[in-house]
Ligand binder design. Structure first.
Ligand code: FES
Length: 103
């Protein structure tokens, strides 16, 4: 069963940058892109580097270690060396509160 975890307020998330955090025991990276929020696992499936450190362009995050790219919306691999998608989590904004849904 999915639970919603409050992870902060909108102003805690700088536009265009990843924020690492732990929610319900999961290491996740949260990205704010304008008024949209995305949450993915904060572990690159290639060699476990933190994806929160990656640069973002066109809703794609690039792992800083070897350059794998993942779509923030789906977690799909856009470019290797990673071959496996990253997990994504729904993010909900209620007023100023940001919540991530973890199952
Ligand atoms: S650890 Fe992310 S691309 Fe290698």
């Amino acid at each position: 069963m999915a639970i919603r975890v409050c992870i902060g307020s909108c102003s805690d998330f700088p536009d265009g940058q990843g924020v690492p955090l732990v929610a319900a025991g999961r290491r996740i990276a949260v990205f704010r892109i304008g008024e949209r929020f995305f949450a993915i696992d904060n572990v690159c499936p290639h060699n476990r580097s933190p994806l929160a450190d990656g640069g973002v362009q066109d809703l794609i995050v690039t792992c800083r270690t070897h350059g794998a790219r993942f779509r923030l919306e789906t977690g799909a691999v856009v470019r290797g060396p990673a071959r496996k998608a990253v997990r994504t989590y729904p993010v909900h904004v209620r007023g100023e509160a940001v919540e991530v849904e973890i199952d």
